[in-house]
Structure formats: C-alpha cells, structure tokens
Design a protein around this ligand. Structure first.
Ligand SMILES: Nc1ncnc2c1ncn2[C@@H]1O[C@H](COP(=O)(O)OP(=O)(O)OP(=O)(O)O)[C@@H](O)[C@H]1O
Ligand SMILES: [Mg+2]
Length: 253
C-alpha cells in the first residue's frame, strides 16, 4: 500500500547575506515516517526545519503540506504551525507561566478551544510525558529534561500532523537525554510523523526510517539504509568519526 505523502519540498534555495546556504533541497515524507536529518555543523539542518515552519523566508522552491503549497505570500503561518509542530533545543517555555499554562495557552488562545476540555487534555498529556505532579511548577523549577518534555507536550496538544525536532537533547546530560529520547521513541511507535535533527547517533540509527545526509547545504544522501550502507565517501567519513568517538569512550571507561 502506498502511504500518503504529508510534506513535499521541491528545489528549495536559501541564502543568508549572499551566502548560498541551502542548495536545491528536494525531499518528501510519508505519513507515519520518521525522517532523520544528519550532517556536519553548519550544513543547513536547522535552516531546513525553520523554512518548513515559516521561520525563514525561502528564496526559491516550493513546500507542499497535504498537497497544498504553503510557501506563498498569503500563507498564515500561525495556522500551519498548529499542524506542523516544532520543538527546539532551548525549550522556549514562557518563564512567567506554570507548566499547565504553558501547555494550555495555544489551544485556548489560538485554537479557541473550550478551557475545561483543554485543561483535561493538558492533564492527560502531562501524564503521558511523566510530569503530572509538576503542573504547578514554573520553568525555572524544572530540570532541563523536564522542560523539554513540557515543550513536547505543548507541541502535542495542538494535535499536529507532523513534528519537527531540532537537537532537542543537545543541552541535556545523558540521563535527561534518555528520558526525552524515550518519549520520542514512544511517539514513533504510535505512528507520529517526525523529522528529527540530531547528533545522537545511536538514537538516529534506532529510530530512523530514512536518513537525509546533508553537507554544505546539499542533500548528499536520501537513504533508508544509511547506517548499514552509506553511499558517499563523505557520509562514510561522518559515520567513522562517530564510531571512533564511541570506541574511545568505551576504552576510557
Ligand atoms: N540568521 C542567519 N544569518 C546568517 N547566517 C545564518 C543564519 N542562520 C544560519 N546561518 C548560516 O547558515 C548555515 C547553516 O546553518 P544551520 O543552523 O542550518 O546549520 P546546522 O546544520 O543546523 O548546524 P548545527 O549542527 O551546528 O546546528 C551556517 O553557515 C550558518 O552560519
Ligand atoms: Mg542546527
């Protein structure tokens, strides 16, 4: 059976201050698929996610969501972002609001949903991310991993059709990373469509259905068997570096 394509990107180009950063990026993602974007620092991974969510203007190219072009001057990005959720590296929670308020704000203010229904949904989501007893806490009273799980709950409550994750564990220690990565695994098991940018190689290897390997703003590989069978020399070298690192860590333990 052919799965439905949710997102399609055609010939995307983006420059910053005359520097060509994204070069002819084209790919798509199917419903229920987990696409992992890998590549060296500065290769353009975050910029791709930010273009998909309208945080960056694109220069040329087209992005379609459920068959509709969203890269038009009339696009209402606040509506698109309800369906394409994004979680960033640095949580981005409102510091003056408690956890419940942070999660409920979008559905109440933007989606105009019934308040008691939203609070019930927030409760369920907090339970799902293991933080039901932290609803009254403010962000500064939470650990990094807890904040990140709140940020994921906040994205989920909008019932997005696809979630974009940009290095959500980059500022967490290993134990807190594990909590967040396990949550993302659960989402994958439930069939959530996701695009994940990460430097956590074992996680990327375990969760991906397909890998986009980016180098200097270009897609070098779009590969569903990337870890076992990288096709380009650059990707092989990229993977070698990570294997060397983990080997070194094992030795020094
Ligand atoms: N707002 C901006 N203004 C100017 N240049 C930018 C801007 N945002 C990104 N860039 C440049 O675009 C390139 C790609 O950046 P991007 O953040 O997408 O890389 P990345 O692959 O996510 O890297 P990392 O793994 O370090 O997060 C970099 O050279 C960066 O300096
Ligand atoms: Mg980045």
């Amino acid at each position: 059976m052919c799965k439905k394509i949710i997102l399609e990107i055609f010939n995307l180009h983006k420059s910053f201050n005359g520097l060509h950063i994204l070069k002819n990026i084209s790919f798509d993602i199917h419903k229920g698929e987990v696409l992992v974007i890998l590549g060296p620092s500065g290769s353009g991974k975050s910029t791709i996610l930010r273009c998909i969510n309208g945080f960056e203007n694109i220069e040329s190219g087209t992005i379609k969501f459920n068959g509709e072009v969203i890269t038009t001057s009339k696009t209402k990005w606040e509506l698109v972002r309800q369906k394409i959720g994004m979680v960033f590296q640095n949580y981005d929670l409102f510091p003056h609001m408690n956890v419940f308020e942070n999660i409920s704000l979008g559905p109440i203010l933007v989606q105009k949903k019934n308040k008691s229904e939203v609070l019930e949904n927030s409760r369920k989501l907090l339970e799902r991310v293991g933080l039901l007893n932290r609803g009254d806490f403010f962000p500064h009273q939470l650990s990094g991993g807890q904040k990140q799980r709140v940020a994921i709950a906040r994205a989920l409550i909008m019932e997005p059709e696809i979630l974009l994750f940009d290095e959500v564990t980059a500022s967490l220690d290993p134990e807190m990373s594990r909590e967040v990565l396990e949550l993302i695994f659960e989402l994958a098991e439930k069939g959530t469509t996701m695009i994940i940018v990460t430097h956590e190689m074992p996680f990327a290897k375990a969760i991906n259905d397909r890998v986009l390997f980016l180098d200097d703003g270009e897609i070098l590989e779009n590969n569903s068997n990337f870890f076992n069978n990288p096709e380009t020399e650059k990707a092989k070298r990229f993977l070698d570096i990570f294997e060397f690192k983990s080997h070194k860590n094992e030795k020094s333990d």
